[in-house]
Design a protein around this ligand. Structure first.
Ligand SMILES: [Zn+2]
Length: 544
């Protein structure tokens, strides 16, 4: 496997520090607002990297931190809890903690909507900065003791001149940086590029006790401390968005290597490309952002968003637009339709052993080989998807040729090809088996109840639909305790009616589900329910 290393500016053969194990640290969100689709791209790419390393046989430890103390969170807390803070009803610590928790919850919900692998021990950790303040104080004290940092009036700065390699990761000299950055003159700093490790407490801000008085940590130190805690002083892969290379990652290297004396801090630095809108970086500060949750409520599902993101190499910029989303959705439909056609074609066949010589069997082998080769080449997801699409095309050809009369020998190959497509797409987090019309639920936040369909996908009818469902349930004499059981209970009732050949009742129930925005179809496998959506574009843009 070859991976591009920002540190050496070259693709390198990947050799993990410990045989068979990989440690990855990816910088996580600052939880002061909902994430936009550009942030989502970075997280999705590191989820893809984590998934593929595991598929390739590595025992992966994945760490993605939550930055829950920061200027932006403090200012959001002042906005959301201004009155409580002014009256003293709430302390700055409480207000920032509430904001951080609210957006941490929103982040976790968004990640699960995008079908990211859960970040849970063992094997994955999502440490919060505020839970590691002691470790940060310890590292800062060590940096002062070793002569890399100094304290002035309750603030502590890292002195960049003392660290010879400063600038190596981003490829910039101190002189370039001084010229390139808009440096605010601060008399107390020994060099304008010196950066804060600890900031003395200001009124209205959360603060912690430290040897330098009350204050809070700078942003960079948390990642040095938390990566060491979970992965050790030197580990395999450190990642983040490419706009973190300088100053965040440059500063992490300086802090960690100065504190431990161990080099390199991270053996490989991986940086994900940014998401652009009209060739400009998507950023909250530029006002050109689209929130991930809005894309999801517009009816674009996890498969579509993943297909869009993974269609471009993780290091390259990606242009985001509605038409790009629609193209991605069409690709997902091609996968899903082919998969469904294949399942349908083999439904009655005996599919014991696939042949080893048929054209389709060879296409399966080629697909698997090609998929691995592309992914082994610095995670070329676009190429890997291309390999799956070739198999989809080969399978479609065969299904068309043999329409209506599939011999058992071919059926085994068809089933095998469908399985290969499902498995390899699954490595990329695409869930082909679920209906392409699956929509994501934003249950708690908007006071709606999430519903789970029989195929496991989630839907979130609006309040009107929910109340119409509740009415039909009552009319049917059903008492349903949990709202999420409502749809299934109504479907069970319909199945009963059909079993009793009471077509009028069955149709009436189908109509009431339709009222609630759910279409019911009778298939040989039972009732299939799909949410009825207007076209996403209508939902997204209204009449414009
Ligand atoms: Zn970081």
């Amino acid at each position: 496997m070859r991976i591009y290393n920002t540190r050496t500016r070259a693709k390198e053969d990947f050799e993990s520090r410990l045989a068979g194990k990989v440690g990855i640290y990816a910088c996580g969100p600052t939880v002061y607002n909902h994430i936009h689709i550009g942030n989502a791209r970075t997280f999705l790419n590191f989820d893809m990297i984590r998934r593929y390393l595991a598929f390739a046989g590595y025992d992966v430890t994945f760490v993605q931190n939550i930055t829950d103390v920061d200027d932006k969170i403090i200012s959001q807390a002042k906005q959301e809890y201004g009155d409580e803070l002014a009256s003293g009803a709430m302390s700055p610590e409480e207000a920032t903690q509430l904001v951080a928790q609210k957006y941490t919850d929103a982040f976790e919900r968004a990640m699960s909507d995008l079908r990211m692998l859960p970040i849970e021990p063992p094997g994955a950790y999502a440490p919060r900065a505020t839970e590691h303040i002691d470790g940060m104080i310890e590292m800062i004290a060590l940096l002062i003791e070793r002569g890399y940092a100094y304290e002035v009036g309750g603030d502590v700065y890292f002195e960049v001149r003392t660290f010879g390699d400063y600038g190596k990761l981003s490829g910039r000299s101190l002189d370039d940086m001084r010229a390139g950055e808009r440096v605010v003159v601060d008399e107390r700093k020994r060099d304008p590029m010196d950066f804060a490790l600890w900031k003395s407490a200001k009124p209205g801000e959360p603060s912690w006790e430290s040897p330098w008085g009350r204050g809070r940590p700078g942003w960079h130190i948390e990642c040095s401390v938390m990566s060491a805690k979970y992965l050790g002083d030197s580990f395999d892969i450190h990642g983040g968005a490419s706009d973190l290379i300088f100053p965040h990652h440059e500063n992490e290297v300086a802090q960690s290597e100065a504190a431990t004396g161990i080099r390199p801090f991270a053996r490989i630095w991986m940086h994900a490309g940014l998401l652009n809108v009209n060739k400009e970086k998507m950023a909250k500060s530029l006002g050109n952002f689209t929130l991930l949750k809005d894309v999801l409520t517009q009816g674009y599902d996890a498969n579509t968003i993943r297909m869009l993101m993974l269609g471009t190499h993780y290091r390259k910029p990606l242009d985001f637009s509605d038409s790009a989303l629609d193209e991605a959705r069409a690709k997902v439909e091609r996968f899903a339709n082919c998969f469904r056609d294949a399942e349908w074609a083999v439904r009655t066949a005996d599919v014991s052993e696939p042949s080893e010589v048929s054209e389709l069997a060879r296409a399966c082998d080629e697909c698997e080989t090609e998929f691995r080769a592309e992914m082994d080449d610095d995670f070329n997801t676009a190429g890997a998807l291309g390999a799956i699409f070739e198999l989809v095309a080969a399978l479609n050809v065969l299904l068309k040729e043999k329409a209506g009369a599939l011999p058992d020998a071919d059926a085994a190959d068809v089933r095998h090809a469908a399985t290969v497509i499902e498995e390899l797409a699954g490595v990329l987090g695409l869930k082909i088996r679920s209906n392409a019309k699956e929509t994501a639920a934003h249950a708690g936040e908007q006071g709606r109840a999430a519903l789970r369909l029989p195929d496991g996908s989630a839907i979130a009818p609006d309040e009107d639909s929910m109340s119409s469902l509740r009415d039909s349930a009552t009319a049917l004499g059903l008492t349903v305790e949990r709202e999420e059981d409502l749809v299934l209970a109504v479907l069970d009732k319909r199945a009963e009616a059909r079993a009793a050949r009471d077509w009028a009742a069955s149709d009436a129930i189908r109509d009431s589900l339709r009222e609630a925005g759910l279409a019911v179809e009778d298939t040989p496998q039972g009732q299939r329910v799909t949410p009825i959506l207007s076209s996403p574009r209508d939902l997204a843009h209204g009449s414009s």
